[in-house]
Design a protein. Structure first.
Length: 317
């Protein structure tokens, strides 16, 4: 729906205003978000149930064989009595295969979730509520770009991990003195800061990949870094907030397994509970960073004199 009012800048929205606008956008877009949320919740729950029931007998068999053969791991590492442990090796292969399949399925679901939420939330905030047909068309057209971006962000993250590893090795080779300990402490302190920033850059890059045509991979990462100039602290603090939320969900799930319940009962309670909360937190995180993106882009376009889109008012819907 086109906004007829006189254009005014909305790029000055603060931290809590972004959260407020995200709640409004989620409420406005509820009819689209609810079926997406249910699909993702059911999909992740089914994957979790499948993983537990497929791997439970395999893990039990490995534990049993470890009890019978206490030196099994040492023998396998030294290539001793390989035939004796053929069953254990098959169990390990089965675990790896199942985990790879679960990981691939989870990645596909998460990618679909991201594209659907970001696309529909951006449209709801700036113009209109998408129909199911329009949303499906957007997903089919844009899923490759965030996949490419995620791949390059993964490579960048591995590169940073390697740099930290090299730094630790160099520190370990230095003589133990106050300067070496100070250097080691400084490296340790930068790890959470770097982690939060990389997670934020990853999230913004994915949003850019979904919304902007022609931006994927390295180009999307560069675009995200450009839009975040002057707003890195705000965006990173929001990522800290979501990290705390995820930790709280994990801690809330612990009491559910502390009772003497059988495995089936525990799974029937814990998986829906944790998956439901995780999906809600993730959905809101996608919406928040979509609003963030709009505000950064508005500010960036204003500086370059390109004009901007206005979010629709709640009463316009």
């Amino acid at each position: 729906m086109e906004n007829k009012s006189i254009p005014q800048s909305h790029s000055s929205l603060g931290f809590f205003q972004i959260i407020k606008e995200s709640f409004k956008t989620t409420s406005r877009n509820g009819k689209v978000l609810l079926p997406i949320m249910l699909f993702v919740f059911v999909s992740f729950s089914m994957l979790d149930f499948a993983e537990k029931y497929l791997l439970a007998p395999v893990i039990k068999d490995i534990v049993l064989q470890s009890a019978i053969h206490p030196n099994m791991i040492q023998d396998l590492s030294n290539s001793i009595e390989q035939n004796m442990y053929a069953g254990a090796l098959n169990d390990v292969r089965e675990i790896v295969l199942v985990e790879l399949l679960i990981m691939a399925s989870s990645s596909i679901i998460t990618l679909t979730f991201l594209v659907a939420i970001v696309s529909s939330s951006y449209q709801a905030y700036t113009a209109k509520v998408l129909s199911a047909k329009e949303l499906n068309s957007i997903i089919m057209k844009s899923w490759k770009r965030p996949l490419q971006t995620s791949f390059y962000m993964g490579l960048l993250s591995l590169g940073i991990v390697f740099l930290y590893f090299i730094s630790f090795v160099i520190t370990a080779m230095l003589a133990v003195n106050s300067r070496a300990l100070l250097f080691f402490g400084a490296i340790i302190l930068t790890i959470p800061v770097c982690y939060i920033y990389m997670a934020t850059l990853w999230m913004v890059s994915m949003v850019v990949s979904v919304i902007e045509d022609g931006y994927g991979g390295v180009k999307a990462i560069g675009r995200a870094a450009e839009l975040m100039k002057g707003k890195r602290l705000q965006a990173s603090l929001m990522m800290v907030l979501f990290a705390v939320a995820y930790c709280v969900v994990n801690q809330m799930a612990i009491p559910l397994t502390s009772y003497n319940l059988n495995m089936s009962t525990q799974l029937a309670i814990k998986i829906p509970f944790t998956n439901g909360l995780f999906c809600l937190v993730t959905l809101f995180m996608f919406v928040v960073y979509t609003i963030f993106y709009h505000e950064w882009k508005t500010s960036h376009d204003e500086k370059e004199g390109k004009g901007f889109y206005l979010p629709i008012a709640a009463g316009d819907v």
